[in-house]
Every structure is written in structure tokens, then in C-alpha cells.
Write a protein that binds this ligand. Structure first.
Ligand SMILES: Nc1ncnc2c1ncn2[C@@H]1O[C@H](COP(=O)(O)OP(=O)(O)OP(=O)(O)O)[C@@H](O)[C@H]1O
Length: 584
């Protein structure tokens, strides 16, 4: 049922409703339609067969109902009961004083059953038991079976056989789903009518293109001599929306690979495809040689996953959660305790490990989720924004822990919105925009390639404005009578003056920088803070500092900063081209 529903509460409500409808409403419908006066008995019979064949809860309800009904009618049609009720109380002898039927009947029916009476050519006793005489009772026949397991209604033999068949069929379906047969069939069927997406290769960054060519040029076995994870033209469509677009990359053993991108770039969807949570639209991914499409179970044994939102059981303690996942991963019992205390220590939440998860802070939950991903030392670990909500110390502790993991030869794929984190951990990273890789390489390579030159940040002084505001505030002490009106008008006037002056200063500084450093690009302008990228690599630090020091005296520059281009600036350059949907 987890294939049909995303939200547990929705699944619960809908399944409960379905069971009520299938179990009770169908039973009522069939029973009502079976009333002879409605003349719909044939429909009732057809529905009874149909429901019995497909609905186990109908079979169960029907069996219970039939058992009860059959027991009741068996009691009515039991010869000894009839004899005792009619003969012993004398009612029969009163009705037919000249007939010693009770004596005859009791003598006969000690040895024979009700059919004996039904076969008597005519007798008053026959009239009494007539409704029990099958085939001789016309429209007043009672439906009863001496054997309650009989195939005929109200015997429950047929229903039991259906229940058994359904158990076998549903077990086979669950087993097939477990071993992923449906997914494989789905992929096979889909690949026959999905045409691969035609890409404009020349639009790709050359590193991204080279990586794709490298992946496509080698056989899978060759790729896994060095790589642990390979994505090959991995694509995901949500209906018609292209969330992940033709990703190809190989991630090496012991490598930390970063996925950067703004909200909605497609990072989580990529993870979800790799873990088998969502179906791949086209392309494939391989972990340690196993295809996600064909061997998702094997792949799930190989990976640890820290999802974007903590998937923890609130009522369990941290230790219990880790023990559970360790057992699921097949960690030997005697090693589990050692691993848990190690993870608690390196991730610095060992003091909370015996608390219930519901009492954890947000940061500690993230640590526990990361520990869940690390338990059992899987060869590849996916971490989706693991440090969200962690304080700077905890974050650094996590980085140390991840460094240790990497040094043991395990690989990590990490998404994060912290450039600092990516620079600290990632050997290589990609920036994703609109589901595509825009650039690929080490943080330094990307900075060199996309951020050649310098970053100049200039803060234009606003002290005139500040002084004016202070002045107007100071004046207000002296003339309490006129203060409200005069102060208000004066303040507005001074603020307007200060604003004009500030705008003039800003324009002067802009014009100075743009003429002094030709080719510079204004990246950001915000509250008097101008951020330029100076691409001219021939300029020296001394030249830039000298020029700015001289300008600082002449122009209204309060402060300035010259630096190397940061990863964040490279990121921002690419992030600007992300298409914005209503959601992101
Ligand atoms: N189940 C879904 N159905 C339809 N569209 C979806 C679904 N899940 C994600 N998307 C869309 O796919 C795109 C990529 O989403 P995804 O969650 O992968 O982004 P992300 O890069 O992980 O973002 P974030 O940094 O916020 O986690 C988004 O535009 C999102 O709206």
C-alpha cells in the first residue's frame, strides 16, 4: 500500500473506508438483492461470485453470516429437534389424534435423517418439515446445508477456497513487489516507448560534457574499477515537469561529492531516484555495478541515507533507533553497541542517546539521522542537507566525523546550502540549475574557472545622512513648543538632502570603479554596498589596494574589501538562471 499512498494518515482513512465498503456494504447489497420479492436474485448471485472472487473481507463477512444462518436453519431442520418440539409437548397429537406419527417418526428417525420424511408420499409430518426438503419445497425452501463446509450456499467451502486463493495471489503480489518485478517490468515497458531526450550538447559546460563522454565511452565494469556510483543520463519527469535532466557522473571510492543548487534545483529528486523512492524516467544509476532499475534491493543494502526531513520514530530512544537500523543492516550483535557509542561520541550527541527522539532538539535529530546513515559502514552515504539546524560547533564536529568516514574509503554524496561546508568537505562538486549540472570540478577549479579575477566590495559612506538625522534628533531638545512640527519638517528636509547626496556619492563611486577597472561587472548593489567582479587577472593586489586607498580619501567610501572570488559568488552566478516555479 506504500506504493499508493504518500501520507500515512490518508492511507489509514482511505483503507478503513475501503474495508468498510468492501466488507459490510457489499454484503448488505448482496443480501438485500437476494430477497425474492425484488426479483433481483440473479444479480445478487452474480455479485456474490464477483465479490467472493476479489474481496477477502467480503469472503470473511459472508462466511460468518453464512455460518450463523446455516446453524440456525440446521437447528430448524434437525429431525430430532422437530420431533421433540412437536411430539413431546403433545401439540402434534392434539392436531392429529388418530395418527401415531410421533411414535412412527421417532422410531424411523432414530435411524434415518430428514430426507426419509421428505420422501414420504404424503404425511402431515411432511408438511411441517417441508421448508427443509430441498427440491420439494417450491418457493419456501430454507437454505441450509448439513455440512457447514459445503460448496453450496450457505456452506462456506466456496468462500474458504476463495480466501485461500486470494491469500496465495496476494502473497505472490507482495513477494513480486518485494523483489522488484513490477518496477523492472515498468522500466522495460517504458523504455520501449520513451524516446531519449535530444540534448544540445554544446550548451553544456565542457567539464560536464567531458564527464558525460567519459561515462558513455566506458563499459559499466570498467567504470566500477574506480567508481562506486555512476549516474548515466539520469532523468526524472513529474508528469510533464522535467525535474532532473540527463545527469551523468561517476563518483569515486573515498570521494565526497557535493550537489549544490537552490531550492527546487532537483537535488532531493536525484537522491530519491538513487534510493529507489521514486521511479527513474530515463537513464539509469549504478552502485557498485548494480543497476538501480533492476537491483534496487541490492543497492539499498549498499547505501546509507540521511533524508532532508528526519524520518525517525519519535517514541524510540536514539539508541533504539540506531540498534534497529544496525540490525536491519545486518551488523553483528556484538558490534552494534560499540558502533552506537562511537557514533554518539563522534557526532556529539552521546549524552542524549538514551532520550526519546521526541525530546531531541532539531540539531540533535539531524545528528541522529546522520548517525542512522553511517551505521553499519555502508560503502556509499547520501546526506541531504545534514547540517541544517546545527550550531557551528556541532557542524564542525560533523565535518570531522565525515572526514573520518572518507578516510576509511567510504564515499559521500552531500547536498548543502552552506558553501563553507562544501569547500571544507567536497573533493568535487556540481552546481545544479533546473535539474542540470551547470559546472563540475573541485571547489578551487570552479573558483578559478568561473571566478577569475577579484571581488571588490565597496561601502559608500552614509555619515552625512546619519549626521543629519542625529542633528535633527538633537535639536528637538531645545524648543519643546515648536518641536513636533519643526522637527518633523526639518527631519524630512534633511533626510531628502541626505538621500540626494548619498545617491550622488553612489553614482560617483560607481563611475570611478567602472572607469578605473574596465570590464568590471556590478554583481550586487544593496544599501550602499557595491559588489564588483574585476576579471582582469593582470592587475596586482597592490595596484587595486593603491587605487582604492587614494579613492577612499577623495570619494565618500567608508570601507572596501578586495578578495578572491568565493564559491558563493560562483554559485550565485549560476543560481540566477534557475527558472522559478510558484513553489520555489
Ligand atoms: N512529487 C512531486 N511531484 C511534482 N513535482 C515535484 C515532486 N517532488 C519535487 N517536485 C518538483 O521537482 C523540482 C525539484 O525538487 P527537489 O525536491 O528535487 O529540489 P531540491 O533541489 O532538493 O530543493 P531543496 O533544496 O528545497 O530541497 C521542484 O520544482 C519540485 O517542485
Amino acid at each position: 500500500m506504500s506504493f499508493l499512498f504518500q501520507v500515512p494518515s490518508t492511507a489509514y482513512v482511505r483503507l478503513s473506508l475501503f474495508n468498510i465498503v468492501a466488507g459490510i456494504a457489499c454484503l448488505l447489497a448482496v443480501t438485500i438483492l437476494a430477497i425474492p420479492q425484488l426479483d433481483l436474485v440473479h444479480i445478487s448471485k452474480a455479485l456474490d461470485w464477483a465479490f467472493s472472487a476479489i474481496l477477502p473481507n467480503y469472503c470473511l463477512g459472508r462466511s460468518i453470516s453464512n455460518l450463523f444462518q446455516n446453524a440456525k436453519f440446521n437447528k430448524i431442520c434437525n429431525v430430532k429437534d422437530i420431533l421433540s418440539s412437536y411430539c413431546l409437548d403433545g401439540s402434534f397429537s392434539n392436531l392429529f389424534p388418530n395418527v401415531s406419527i410421533c411414535d412412527i417418526a421417532s422410531r424411523i428417525c432414530d435411524s434415518v435423517d430428514i430426507e426419509c420424511f421428505c420422501n414420504l408420499p404424503s404425511s402431515p409430518f411432511f408438511n411441517i418439515i417441508k421448508p427443509c426438503c430441498k427440491g420439494k419445497c417450491g418457493e419456501v425452501c430454507l437454505p441450509w446445508e448439513r455440512n457447514f463446509l459445503s460448496w453450496n450456499i450457505p456452506g462456506i467451502g466456496r468462500l474458504l477456497i476463495f480466501l485461500l486463493l486470494q491469500a496465495i495471489i496476494f502473497w505472490i503480489l507482495v513477494f513480486a513487489a518485494e523483489i522488484n518485478i513490477f518496477r523492472v517490468i515498468w522500466y522495460k515497458k517504458k523504455s520501449s516507448f520513451v524516446t531519449p531526450i535530444q540534448r544540445e550538447e554544446e550548451d553544456d559546460d565542457d567539464d560536464v560534457r567531458k564527464e558525460r563522454e567519459h561515462i558513455n565511452s566506458l563499459f559499466i565494469d570498467d567504470l566500477f574499477k574506480t567508481n562506486i556510483l555512476v549516474l548515466k543520463d539520469l532523468t526524472k519527469y513529474y508528469d510533464n515537469f522535467l525535474a532532473v535532466d540527463n545527469l551523468s557522473v561517476g563518483i569515486q571510492r573515498g570521494e565526497c561529492f557535493g550537489l549544490l543548487g537552490i531550492n527546487g534545483a532537483g537535488k532531493t529528486t536525484t537522491f530519491k531516484m538513487l534510493t529507489g523512492d521514486v521511479v527513474i524516467s530515463s537513464g539509469d544509476a549504478y552502485i557498485d555495478g548494480f543497476s538501480v532499475k533492476r537491483n534496487v534491493r541490492k543497492i539499498q543494502h549498499q547505501l546509507g541515507y540521511c533524508p532532508q526531513f528526519d524520518a525517525l520514530i519519535e517514541q524510540m530512544t536514539g539508541r533504539e533507533v540506531l540498534t534497529m537500523f544496525a540490525r536491519l543492516r545486518g551488523v553483528p550483535t556484538h558490534v552494534i553497541e560499540r558502533q552506537i557509542s562511537y557514533l554518539g561520541k563522534v557526532l556529539y550527541f552521546d549524552t542524549h542517546i538514551d532520550k526519546q527522539v521526541k525530546n531531541y532538539s532539531g540539531g540533535n535529530k539531524r545528528k541522529l539521522s546522520t548517525a542512522v546513515a553511517l551505521v553499519g559502514n555502508p560503502p556509499i552515504i547520501f546526506l541531504d542537507e545534514p547540517t541544517t539546524g546545527m550550531d557551528p560547533i556541532a557542524r564542525r564536529c560533523l565535518w570531522d566525523a565525515l572526514e573520518k568516514v572518507l578516510s576509511c574509503g567510504q564515499s559521500i554524496v552531500l547536498t548543502s546550502h552552506s558553501m563553507e561546508e562544501c569547500e571544507a568537505l567536497c573533493n568535487r562538486l556540481v552546481i545544479m540549475v533546473n535539474g542540470q549540472f551547470c559546472c563540475l570540478g573541485s571547489p578551487q577549479h570552479l573558483k578559478n574557472k568561473f571566478g577569475q579575477g577579484y571581488i571588490l566590495i565597496v561601502k559608500v559612506g552614509y555619515h552625512f545622512w546619519k549626521r543629519a538625522s542625529l542633528l535633527s534628533a538633537g535639536n528637538s531638545h531645545h524648543n519643546p513648543l515648536f518641536r513636533p512640527v519643526v522637527r518633523h519638517q526639518d527631519s524630512i528636509h534633511r533626510q531628502e538632502e541626505a538621500e540626494t547626496s548619498f545617491k550622488r556619492d553612489l553614482a560617483e563611486v560607481k563611475s570611478f570603479i567602472e572607469t578605473t577597472f574596465p570590464g568590471c561587472v556590478l554583481k550586487d548593489a544593496h544599501q550602499g554596498l557595491l559588489q564588483y567582479h574585476i576579471p582582469d587577472i593582470k592587475l596586482t593586489w597592490a595596484q587595486i589596494f593603491g587605487t582604492m586607498e587614494r579613492a577612499k580619501v577623495r570619494l565618500n567610501i567608508e570601507d572596501y574589501l578586495v578578495g578572491q572570488t568565493t564559491l558563493e559568488q560562483v554559485f550565485l552566478t549560476f543560481a540566477r538562471s534557475q527558472r522559478f516555479t510558484r513553489e520555489n
